[in-house]
Design a protein around this ligand. Structure first.
Ligand code: NAP
Ligand code: 12T
Length: 348
């Protein structure tokens, strides 16, 4: 084991919603850092960020930024990853990429450690962090799939605005104030920055996350569908998704319907499988109104599951409510966890 070793770490997008959580998570985990480099665009270059009580100056990300870096955590958008991740790899770094740029590439492992940690071993310099909504769903479903098989998944999401970045969170704050003040709501960011139309998110629900695809699904929905099959190594699994943005800041919630393969499985068995699973917390007791909510999950690294019920018509059907902090397990924590796996298994 190389426990005493310390690593040179770069955080790309350090000033963003995900990047800030990366720094908090590295701090909380006491990650073995030798040198820390904080990178952003030229807009934030020169600004100061505090890490473990010390001030760091943010620098503009360039190919040369990665000289001497061992681990680079990317969350600055797909175009930045496409341009700079290969430059980091060329210079000897291992990249954990939080964007959708490489997730479906054949030679890039797409990893949720509780589900497919071993896939990391095959990396060729880049490991992709899945989409936030996908991560929490597969973490909750894998223990069930392993034990009793799985044929079909149908999910509807209830997603927080922080998933769309700091500007989207700011938009919800401003619109909420405007709504309460009875003045006009300005909508410039959501549902998707740069798309043709914008709708208010405050006191609303938007059935569009990321851009529309030719098949009528949004890209967020297609990420959930394709990434779930890749992570679980289950190309034959049926997956359908509807992704909806709601006006709260943190944590995604999901209503998940699963059809298992085995006959006669009970709710108690499903509960036991989840109670025993790593990274999962079962919060399920109708008698005491116990179930997770976006607010109760915010700030925590686990995936919370409740409201487990058997379908009333299909013996193999189950309904679950899955909630997790989208910026922690959905992004920063899953990435840092992958980095910890790289170190612990000497897969760097
Ligand atoms: P954000 O709050 O808008 O922050 C964007 C970050 O990227 C900022 O640090 C920004 O730096 C930096 N950046 C922008 N353009 C850049 C450039 N050309 N070169 C270098 N850095 C640049 O967004 P966020 O919510 O943190 O999300 C960032 C990215 O992470 C997203 O685009 C997405 O790809 C990914 N993400 C993944 C998940 C997931 O599901 N796993 C969830 C959310 C986001 P400045 O301060 O200089 O602007
Ligand atoms: N547009 O990393 O808007 O694929 O909530 C995650 C979340 C992209 C991603 C969002 C997005 C991703 C969002």
């Amino acid at each position: 084991m190389s426990e005493a070793k310390q690593y040179n770490v770069a955080v790309v997008g350090a000033t963003g919603a995900v990047g800030q959580k990366m720094l908090e998570t590295l701090e909380d985990r006491n990650f073995p850092i030798n040198q820390l480099k904080l990178l952003s665009s030229s807009r934030s270059a020169g600004s100061k960020v505090t890490f473990q009580g010390n001030d760091y100056t943010v620098e503009e990300a360039t190919p040369e930024s990665f000289e001497g870096i061992d681990i680079a955590l990317f969350s600055a958008g797909g175009s930045v990853s496409k341009k700079l991740a290969p430059e980091a790899v060329k210079r000897g770094a291992v990249v954990v990429d939080n964007t959708s740029a490489y997730r479906m590439a054949e030679d890039v492992p797409l990893v949720v450690p509780e589900v497919n940690e071993k896939d990391i071993a095959d990396h060729k310099g880049i490991i992709a962090n899945p989409n936030c909504s996908t991560i929490q769903m597969v973490a909750a479903l894998e223990p069930v799939r392993k034990a009793v098989g799985m044929k079909r998944v149908i999910v509807s999401t209830y997603q927080a605005v922080s998933g769309a970045g700091n500007e989207a969170a700011e938009e919800l704050r401003n619109q909420s104030q405007a709504f309460l003040d009875d003045t006009d709501l300005k909508a410039d960011i959501l549902p998707v920055k740069g798309d043709k139309k914008h709708y208010p998110i405050a006191f609303n629900a938007l059935p569009q996350i990321d851009v529309f695809q030719d098949n009528g699904y949004t890209f967020e929905e297609m990420k959930m569908i394709n990434e779930t099959k890749k992570i679980m190594h289950a190309p034959e699994l049926s997956v359908a998704a509807t992704c909806v943005r709601l006006p709260f800041f943190t944590s995604h919630a999901e209503s998940v319907y699963v059809e298992v393969e085995k006959d006669g499985v009970t709710v108690e068995e499903i509960k036991q499988l989840l109670a025993d699973a790593p990274g999962i917390v079962l919060e399920d007791d109708p008698a005491t109104q116990t179930y997770p909510t976006p607010l109760s999950a915010a700030g925590k690294r686990d995936v919370f599951v409740g409201r487990i019920r058997k379908d009333l018509d299909d013996d193999r059907g189950f309904h679950l409510w899955v909630v997790s902090d989208n910026l922690l397990k959905g992004a920063a924590w899953n990435s840092v966890q992958i980095a910890e796996c790289l170190i612990a298994n000497e897969w760097l």
